[in-house]
Design a protein around this ligand. Structure first.
Ligand code: NAD
Length: 347
């Protein structure tokens, strides 16, 4: 039995708890949150025996093999490094850290301690993106020339996920002092991973970020609302292709939409997660001259939670690991630098 501690018991931790509960041979045995009642409620909801407010004490008192780090972004590095130092396997939420130096230190520490390390770039749970990666790697659409990728959310204009003005889980995402890197760090990380996993590694970026005024004085209680909420990036890939990646929290009409179009010199692929996680569309071969698209059914594919547990069992670290998380973090850092300096940055 693989014993897991979940650290940070807010919204996303429920997804982790449910995912682990559905996997045989593992059990969440401890929950930790700096807000005691949140940890207690979470433990009750998910039948977790040990409850802590201090991660060091949890490590000292509860026998765990692995840690699921579901704390806010700025807490990913300290909690993961502490867990790694104790020889625990770690599944860490995205973005891996809030800067490349921390992310690289996490990847290095995990490698040195030989613990299984994965980052929850959860759109890798879509079978379609793995199939797109395989088809493109096999040259099915020829040389990648051009791509466009977007990740659109609308929680600043819509209340489908509640009122952001009242919920700490949204407010910390709008505030750099609370460790947020804005929409770019929150979901830009997903779409940059998603697009580059299929289309190829990023070589250079030119990024524009925008933070719109939201309330009078741009402050709500402790939260100064200064984190970016729209990002537009032009990207050059190592293989020479160029493309755009854009992401925003202002995309009215889109709760959570990921779209990727990749055009090669002999075909093209579209992955649209609003339509399906298990289908992609492809135009290739004779269909290129007729602009005809075929749908390919894909999958199933194991989730990152399943991959994490399987990696612990087999000792073979699956993807996306901390090294991949750090590589994407490097691209995020380059985007911030590009926006600040108004120029293209090579990775
Ligand atoms: N992979 C995905 O698709 C996905 C989706 C949503 C959120 N996330 C990530 O999950 C993380 C948590 O997001 P959320 O929406 O659940 O936020 P949240 O604010 O609801 O939950 C975070 C919890 O961590 C607790 N916490 C803060 N510091 C702590 C510490 N030092 N030790 C223990 N607990 C601490 C907070 O009290 C809070 O309960 C973020 O990094 C976010 O980016 C990922």
């Amino acid at each position: 039995m693989i014993r897991i501690a979940i650290v940070g018991t807010g919204g996303m931790a429920n997804t982790h708890a449910r995912a682990f509960a559905a996997i045989r041979g593992c059990k969440v045995v401890a929950a930790c949150d700096v807000i005691p009642e949140r940890a207690e409620e979470f433990a009750k909801r998910h039948d977790v025996p040990a409850v802590h407010t201090d991660f060091d004490r949890l490590l000292a008192e509860v026998d765990v093999d692995a840690v699921s780090n579901v704390t806010p972004d700025a807490v990913h590095a300290p909690v993961s490094l502490r867990a790694i130092a104790e020889g625990k396997h770690v599944l860490c939420e995205k973005p891996l850290a809030t800067n490349y130096a921390d992310a690289a230190a996490m990847a290095k520490a995990a490698k040195r301690k030989r613990v299984i390390n994965m980052v929850n770039l959860s759109y890798r749970n879509s079978a379609a993106i793995h199939r797109a990666h395989d088809l493109i790697s096999r040259g099915e659409i020829g040389r990648v020339m051009h791509f466009e990728a977007s990740y659109l959310q609308s929680w600043l204009t819509s209340r489908h996920w509640g009122d952001w003005r009242r919920a700490p889980a949204w407010l910390w995402r709008l505030s750099t002092a609370h460790g947020s890197k804005g929409v770019l760090g929150d979901i830009g990380v997903h779409i940059l991973d998603f697009a580059s996993y299929a289309a190829g590694d990023v070589k250079a970026v030119n990024c524009r970020l925008k933070t719109f005024p939201k309330v009078k004085g741009n402050r709500l209680g402790d939260y100064v609302l200064d984190a970016n909420d729209s990002a537009v990036i032009t990207v050059e890939l190592a293989g020479g292709a160029i493309g755009t990646v854009h992401t925003t929290r202002w995309a009215t009409g889109h709760a959570n939409s990921l779209l990727l179009r990749i055009h090669g010199d002999r075909g093209a692929i579209v992955v649209d997660l609003d339509k399906s996680y298990r289908e992609l569309r492809i135009c290739r071969g004779r269909n290129v001259d007729k602009n005809v698209w075929k749908t390919i059914r894909c999958g199933p594919t194991p989730t990152i939670y399943q991959r994490f547990i399987r990696s612990i069992r087999t000792g073979k670290n699956d993807q996306p690991d901390f090294a991949r998380g750090a590589a994407v973090q490097k691209v995020l850092d380059a985007c911030f630098q590009s926006d600040a300096e108004g120029r293209t940055i090579s990775i």
